[in-house]
Ligand binder design. Structure first.
Ligand code: FMN
Ligand code: ATP
Ligand code: MG
Length: 515
C-alpha cells in the first residue's frame, strides 16, 4: 500500500510516530463500528486530504494485506469505499469543489453531498443512515478543537455520533511532511499561498508567504508548505477586505492591542517578574530595570512593573490585568520544569486556555536538552493552546514564547536577557513581534528650591504639557531636586523647560545630565 510504504521508508521519526498513532485510532474505530456505521467528513482541505490517505491506509491494513508483496497496487490497495460526506456551500472556492469531486472519483469514495448547514445536514443524514462515528480532520489549534479528544461525542444539541479525530495532535508541519512524503495530490490553492481554506468571503492567501513586488501591485505567494510557523496558518482567514501585509508590520497581526501603530505614538508595556526569592529580598532583580531601559530605548512607555509569587493564580491575575491594558506584557522568571515554574501555566490561565503539548517546541527542547525532556511527562513542552507563537532566531537554542501580546522570556540573568532582546529586535525588522517606535528624548533640570516652592508651578506645567512625562526625584532628602522632561518631541521638551524657568528667578534651575 503506497502510503504505508512511503511512511515506512521515510526517515522522519516524528512523522512515523504520528502516522502510527493515527492509524491506531482509525483501526480502533473500524473495530468498534461496522463499516456502514462510519463516515468520513471530507472537504478537500489539506487536513481532510491527509485523513483520506490515512483512512485508505488504515482500511487496507484493517482488511488484511492481500497482494502486498507484488508491488503493483490492487484496487483494494488504492480505493477506500468509505461513506463520505461533503457539505457543499455556494461560497466554497471552485478549486476546492473540483478537487473534492475529482478525489472522490479517483479513490471511489461513496460521497453524499449535503447542501445544508452542518447541524441540519447531520440531523437529516443520521435520520436516514446508520452512522455512528464520523472521521474529521480536526487538529489541535483549530478553533473548534478546544476540549476535543481523539474520540469525542458530538456536542450537546447536535445529533448523537462519535467524532473521531485521528490527526488531532498533528502540527501544521506534520500535515505537510505527510502530504509531501506520500507525494499525494492536494488542492492547488495551497501552492498559491493559501494555508487554511474557509469560504471565498473570508479567505485570502497568507500574507506571511507573500513574495510580492509592491511596486507593481502584483503579489506572488510561496506554497503553503513553506510557512515557517504553523501557528500562523490561519493568518489568511477572515481578512478578505484588508490588504495583505507584505514584509511590513501590523500592530494587530502582531497581537498588539493598540490599533494605532503610528511610529511616533507611544505603545505601553508592562513587565512582570515571577519569583519568591525577589519578594523575600534573597536576590535582587536586575532583569526588570534592564528590560525597562531596553523598552524605553525603542520608544515604548512602561506603564507598570510587578513582582509576583511563584503561584499560578497570582501570575494569572497579574497577566490578565496587564494584557488588557497594555500593548505588550513581558514576563520572566518561573519558566522551566520545576514545581515553582508556573509562569507558562499562569499565562494560559490568564487567557482561559489549557496547556497542550507543542510538537515544535518539544523538538527544540529535544535538541537542546536531549531525550530526557521527551515523553508523557515533558511538561516544558506544554504551551498555552491556540494562542502560542514561537519566536525563532538562529542565535536562540530554544525559541521565545509569545501568547498574543504576552512575551515569556526564559532569561535568568542580564547577559541572557541582552541576547534574547537582540534576537527580538532582529526579528522585529522582519515583521517581528515588537514595533520600533520613535525614541524618547529627555532633559533634566536641577534646583535647590524647596518642594513647597516648586510643587504648584510644576503641577500646572503638567497640565500645559500633557504629551510629556514630567517627573521629579532627588538623590537624598536634603539634596537638590531633579526634574525630568521625557517625550518624543524635542521642541516640546525645550518649551516646557523654558516655561518652568520663566516662572522663577534666573539661575534657579540648571541643566544636568542624568543617565
Ligand atoms: C461532520 C461534522 C461534525 C461536527 N460536529 C460538531 C459538534 O459536535 N459540535 C460542534 O460544536 N461543531 C461541530 N461541527 C462544526 C465544526 O466544529 C466547525 O464549526 C466546522 O468544522 C467549521 O470549521 P471552520 O469554521 O474552521 O471552517 C461539526 C462539523 C462537521 C463537518
Ligand atoms: N464543508 C465541509 N464538508 C465536510 N467536512 C468538513 C467541511 N468543513 C470542514 N469539514 C471537516 O472539518 C475538518 C476541519 O476543517 P478545516 O477547515 O480546519 O480543515 P481542512 O479544510 O481539512 O484544512 P484547512 O485548514 O487547510 O482548511 C475537515 O478536515 C473536515 O473533516
Ligand atoms: Mg478548511
Amino acid at each position: 500500500m503506497e502510503i504505508d510504504k512511503a511512511i515506512r521508508e521515510s526517515d522522519d521519526r516524528r512523522l512515523k510516530t504520528k502516522y502510527n498513532n493515527a492509524i491506531y485510532v482509525i483501526q480502533r474505530a473500524l473495530a468498534l463500528y461496522e463499516f456502514e456505521e462510519v463516515a468520513f467528513s471530507f472537504n478537500g482541505g489539506k487536513d481532510s486530504t491527509v485523513l483520506l490517505h490515512l483512512l485508505r491506509a488504515g482500511y487496507f491494513l484493517h482488511k488484511g494485506k492481500p497482494n502486498c508483496c507484488t508491488g503493483v497496487p490492487t484496487n483494494l490497495e488504492f480505493q477506500c469505499p468509505i461513506r463520505t460526506i461533503y457539505f457543499e456551500s455556494p461560497s466554497a472556492f471552485p478549486e476546492i469543489n473540483s478537487f473534492t469531486y475529482e478525489t472522490a472519483t479517483t479513490y471511489d469514495l461513496q460521497m453524499d453531498i449535503i447542501r445544508l448547514d452542518f447541524k441540519s445536514g447531520l440531523e437529516a443524514l443520521l435520520r436516514e443512515k446508520p452512522i455512528k462515528a464520523i472521521f474529521l480532520g480536526t487538529r489541535i489549534g483549530d478553533p473548534n478543537a478546544v476540549g476535543q479528544e481523539q474520540f469525542s461525542p458530538s456536542s450537546p444539541g447536535w445529533p448523537p455520533f462519535m467524532r473521531v479525530n485521528p490527526i488531532l495532535d498533528w502540527s501544521y508541519r506534520d500535515v505537510w511532511a505527510f502530504l509531501l512524503t506520500c507525494k499525494v495530490q492536494y488542492c492547488n490553492l495551497y501552492d498559491q499561498g493559501y494555508t487554511s481554506i474557509g469560504s471565498i468571503y473570508d479567505t485570502v492567501p497568507n500574507a506571511l508567504l507573500c513574495i510580492g513586488d509592491s511596486s507593481s501591485c502584483k503579489e506572488k505567494f510561496k506554497p503553503a508548505y513553506l510557512l515557517p510557523d504553523g501557528r500562523l496558518e490561519r493568518a489568511g482567514r477572515a481578512k478578505k477586505f484588508s490588504p495583505p501585509v507584505c514584509g511590513g508590520v501590523s500592530a494587530i497581526s502582531n497581537g498588539l492591542n493598540s490599533s494605532d501603530s503610528h511610529q511616533s505614538s507611544t505603545l505601553t508595556a508592562s513587565v512582570i517578574a515571577v519569583g519568591d526569592e525577589i519578594l523575600s529580598g534573597t536576590i535582587e532583580d536586575q532583569l526588570g530595570p534592564s528590560l525597562c531601559r531596553k523598552l524605553h530605548s525603542i520608544g515604548w512607555a512602561i506603564s507598570h512593573t510587578a513582582v509576583v509569587r511563584n503561584d499560578i493564580d497570582f501570575v494569572a491575575e497579574e497577566v490578565e490585568q496587564r494584557k488588557s491594558t497594555n500593548d505588550m506584557v513581558f514576563i520572566y522568571g518561573g519558566v522551566g520544569p520545576l514545581h515553582s515554574d508556573v509562569s507558562v501555566a499562569g499565562v494560559a490561565k490568564a487567557f482561559g486556555v489549557r496547556l497542550a503539548p507543542d510538537e515544535e517546541f518539544e523538538e527544540y527542547l529535544r535538541h537542546h536538552i536531549g531525550d530526557q525532556c521527551t515523553g508523557d511527562r515533558n511538561e516544558m513542552a506544554q504551551l498555552p493552546e491556540g494562542i502560542t507563537e514561537l519566536l525563532n532566531h538562529e542565535n536562540l537554542l530554544v525559541p521565545l514564547i509569545k501568547c498574543q501580546n504576552v512575551i515569556i522570556l526564559s532569561a535568568t540573568n542580564v547577559s541572557e536577557l541582552d541576547k534574547q532582546w537582540d534576537c527580538l529586535i532582529e526579528l522585529t525588522s522582519s515583521s517581528g513581534p515588537l514595533l520600533l517606535m520613535k525614541p524618547f528624548v529627555s532633559k533634566f533640570l536641577t534646583t535647590t528650591l524647596s518642594d513647597v516652592e516648586t510643587a504648584q508651578p510644576l503641577s500646572k506645567l503638567c497640565l500645559e504639557f500633557p504629551d510629556l512625562y514630567i517627573a521629579c526625584h532627588r538623590k537624598s532628602r536634603n539634596g537638590p531636586l531633579i526634574i525630568s522632561f521625557v517625550g518624543k518631541d524635542r521642541a516640546r521638551i525645550e518649551m516646557a523647560a523654558q516655561v518652568l524657568c520663566q516662572k522663577f528667578n534666573l539661575g534657579d534651575f540648571s541643566e544636568v545630565n542624568c543617565g
